[in-house]
Design a protein around this ligand. Structure first.
Ligand code: C5P
Length: 254
């Protein structure tokens, strides 16, 4: 069990902030014939769970969702009618979609405003983890300390045999939300995409290239990204046991 699941109450946060949800991907790894954010989960599209979760975060000003140019599903969601929800057209890669949302926000929000970028495919992030992230330093991200032994293969595709075992003591798996001030993140992403686009796989990697050291905030195990078909079954089971899950996350149940 993750140590975070028994940590003390996070400090309440009064600040206001925006969320950005990149949801313009095709979700090819799911092999489902439609973008994974619209696959059914417990009776409604996956992204509906994520947006309804975010709309309950304390202090939230609004959400900017990056959707594909040919998206015809988003407007059917109940959350799309919420006045706090805005859309922009996403780009070719996740970072391009996030940048489109940041540029929209730059015209509507203070440059110092905190922005939390959260994947559409992580519907089960806990409210306590959001409070911890908001209470962390100005640049921060939810992440999971590696619990398995970490192997490096000799070759990405052709040769899956082991080259070496990495020391996992300092290995964390980055999740979302990832937090930064609006202008800081916008500038870091623009520069990172211009200099080394293939290295920008999340917001933190752009911030790192710009010289920042975002704070790693341990996340509950429920914050996994739905990537493969079996993840939908797991998420559905967790949604059915939400109260038990919340008790575990708040430390009232082992
Ligand atoms: O494919 P992956 O799971 O890494 O995508 C993470 C998030 O980024 C998803 O919510 C997906 O919809 C989004 N994305 C995007 N624009 C792209 C590619 C992915 O908004 N061009």
């Amino acid at each position: 069990m993750n140590t975070r699941e028994h940590s003390p109450e996070p400090t309440p946060v009064a600040t206001s902030y925006w969320a950005i949800v990149p949801a313009a991907g095709s979700g090819k790894r799911m092999g489902a014939g439609k973008p994974k954010q619209y696959l059914p989960l417990a009776g409604k599209p996956l992204i509906a769970h994520t947006l309804e979760n975010i709309l309950q975060w304390p202090g939230l000003t609004g959400i900017v969702v990056a959707i594909a140019a040919d998206d015809r599903e988003f407007e059917k969601l109940a959350a799309a009618q919420d006045p706090r929800v805005h859309t922009v057209t996403g780009g070719a890669e996740r970072a391009d979609s996030v940048l489109a949302a940041l540029e929209f926000l730059s015209e509507h929000a203070d440059p110092e405003t905190s922005v939390l970028v959260h994947d559409a495919a992580r519907p089960l992030v806990s409210g306590r983890d959001i409070e911890s992230l908001l209470a962390a330093g100005p640049t921060a991200l939810l992440a999971q300390p590696a619990s398995d032994t970490v192997k490096q293969s000799r070759d990405k595709h052709g040769d899956p045999s082991v080259e070496q075992t990495l020391c996992r003591d300092r290995i964390w798996l980055a999740q979302t939300p990832q937090k930064a001030p609006l202008a800081v993140l916008c500038n870091a992403l623009k520069t990172g995409l211009a200099q080394a686009p293939q290295s920008i796989t999340d917001e933190a990697s752009a911030l790192e290239m710009a010289g920042y050291h975002p704070q790693l905030v341990p996340a509950c195990r429920s914050n996994f990204k739905i990537t493969h078909p079996a993840d939908l079954i797991l998420a559905e089971a967790l949604l059915q046991h939400r109260q038990t899950l919340e008790n575990i996350q708040s430390g009232t149940q082992a």
